[in-house]
Design a protein around this ligand. Structure first.
Ligand SMILES: [Zn+2]
Length: 277
């Protein structure tokens, strides 16, 4: 019998084991889902702000039928492509919620980072992508219902979505550890420029923040993140400077040498962003 292997996992499967096609999914109306994403983001950022201000301003969000979602740094408008999500049922609904908070978080973080926001290339661009995924997961966990909470924890965890194929270095959900360098990415033949590979290594930021959330709870992780952003984020903040900013936030909130600060340090060491030296 001929054996086929899944190119991602190497798992053997037999051609005859092809499952029956899934029943068709009824498309949903994207606008109420995007509106809920805006509500979850506003509620979370207000909850995490000392004055209860969500810090998102007017938050203009446009929904279109394509697949491209992005924050326009010139017009300050969020664009959400709902074309693919509406055909995927409940999974698509959760992805659309996640995408809405993700893009709004680009606006929230860029506003904290000063004029023009985080430079959308190189390390600040990768930090921007990582933080948007982190806070999208946090919003679903802190403000969502049970299904949304489960998706939030799943979203925050990049590990287990590893072993990137050469075409997947630019996928924000894939975990590319720091041991894989930009030269490795280029040498692999990965050609999508992606603003200087902004999605490569964003999973490293997610992994560290997930460790902090597991140790201290999602809300405390989110409070440390927003405190660090308000106090220390600049246009050129990279990974180490961000790790330092979260350590300083943990110290402001819990004291120098506290168990909480230790947990933050352990997370950055596990992600290989900070070393023992
Ligand atoms: Zn993004």
């Amino acid at each position: 019998m001929q054996i086929e292997r899944d190119p991602n996992t190497g798992t053997a499967s037999t051609p005859s084991a092809t499952p029956a096609p899934a029943p068709p999914v009824a498309p949903f109306d994207p606008q109420p889902v995007v509106d809920r994403g805006i509500t979850l983001a506003r509620r979370m950022y207000a909850r995490l702000d000392p004055a209860g201000d969500d810090g998102l301003g007017r938050a203009r969000v446009k929904v279109h039928g394509g697949s491209n979602s992005f924050f326009n740094r010139i017009t300050r408008t969020v664009n959400i492509g709902a074309g693919e999500a509406v055909t995927k049922g409940e999974t698509g609904r959760l992805e659309l919620l996640e995408t809405t908070v993700h893009e709004l978080t680009h606006k929230w973080m860029d506003t904290r980072a000063g004029f023009g926001g985080l430079v959308y290339a190189g390390a600040p661009g990768r930090l921007s992508e990582g933080l948007s995924q982190v806070m999208a997961g946090a919003a679903l966990v802190l403000e969502g219902d049970a299904a949304e909470q489960a998706h939030g924890w799943f979203l925050l965890d990049p590990r287990g979505k590893t072993a990137p194929m050469r075409s997947e270095f630019g996928r924000p959900t894939k975990y590319v550890p720091l041991s894989v360098t930009m030269d490795d990415v280029r040498a692999s033949g990965f050609t999508m420029s992606d603003n200087g590979y902004v999605h490569v290594h964003s999973g490293v930021i997610q992994a560290a923040h997930l460790d902090i959330a597991r140790a201290l709870g999602m809300e405390e992780m989110a409070r440390i993140t927003t405190d660090a952003a308000r106090t220390s984020l600049t246009q050129l903040t990279g990974f180490r400077a961000w790790a330092d900013a979260t350590l300083e936030a943990a110290e402001r909130r819990h004291g120098a040498g506290s168990a909480q600060q230790r947990a933050v340090l352990d997370a950055w060491r596990a992600a290989k962003v900070l070393t023992d030296a």
